[in-house]
Design a protein around this ligand. Structure first.
Ligand code: PGA
Length: 262
């Protein structure tokens, strides 16, 4: 049963243009004005479009997210964007440690940890991504990899600040590939992440922690995934570029929280 408020994020990555961002955010904002979603929704547009999306979402419950941030507060860091700048334009939530940053941009564990610290210090919520590559899964190293990632990222995080984190389990082999992890693939990893959290930060932190699944999520598969006891929402990439598909995923999460409400 889901004791936690579920969360669904739309990670638009490096897609869309200004007009398309306005249209997509406007459609989701209209839906949010017309109905009450039983879950928290966050949209993560590319940096330049944050203000335009913010103005579409204003007055709704839909939150504004950023896809990344710099670990440093300010200064000579050409091309980077600080946590304070994100807060300044209305961002409440930021993705940290996405696999495309880890594996394409070469972000190592220490940098992910520093970014997480910078986000939480600025009062942002963080969506911390972990996930194994195909060769890790095939070698039976899935849990070793994801637990090492969360361990490294949170090494200097206190229990009080841990509550600012939502986890996203995103197996690298499922991201953008059309291969969605089955409930049987994903649930044990989510359960292991929650057990790790219980050991490190205590039972209350573990119960409160939201663990999203990400990796080729689509509406046709989301109901089965969200029915799992430790899957508390989704981080959606490709399917979040369609308002209809994204809202179908949101509604499947809402249905599940209604049916599991105490
Ligand atoms: P995808 O991306 O849904 O396109 O696989 C998910 C993500 O990277 O967060």
């Amino acid at each position: 049963m889901h004791a936690r408020v579920a969360a669904v994020g739309g990670n638009w990555k490096m897609n869309l243009d200004l007009a398309a961002c306005r249209t997509l955010a406007g459609s989701i904002a209209s839906a949010a004005r017309a109905e009450t979603f039983g879950c928290e929704i966050t949209l993560f547009p590319p940096y330049p479009y944050l203000p335009a999306v913010e103005s579409q979402l204003r007055g709704t419950s839909v939150r504004l997210g950023a896809q990344d941030l710099c670990e440093r507060p300010n200064g000579a860091m050409t091309g980077e964007v600080s946590a304070a700048m994100l807060v300044d334009v209305g961002v409440t939530t930021v993705i940290v440690g996405h696999s495309e940053r880890r594996h394409i941009r070469g972000e190592h564990d220490a940098l992910v940890a520093a970014k997480l610290d910078a986000a939480l210090s600025a009062g942002l919520q963080a969506v911390l991504c972990v996930g194994e590559r195909l060769e890790d899964r095939e070698a039976g190293r899935t849990l070793d990899v994801v637990l090492a990632q969360i361990d490294a990222a949170t090494a200097s995080i206190t229990a009080g600040r841990f509550s600012g984190i939502t986890l996203a389990y995103e197996p690298v082999w499922a991201i953008g590939t059309g291969l969605t992890a089955s409930p049987a693939d994903a649930q044990p990893v989510h359960a292991a992440l929650r057990a790790w959290t219980r050991d490190r930060f205590g039972a209350l932190a573990a119960e409160a922690l939201r663990i999203e699944y990400g990796g080729s999520v689509k509406a046709s598969l989301s109901a089965d995934l969200i029915a799992q006891p430790d899957i508390d929402g989704f981080l959606v990439g490709g399917a979040s570029l369609s308002a209809d598909e994204f809202l179908r995923i949101v509604r499947s999460v809402e249905q599940s929280s209604l049916s599991t409400a105490p």
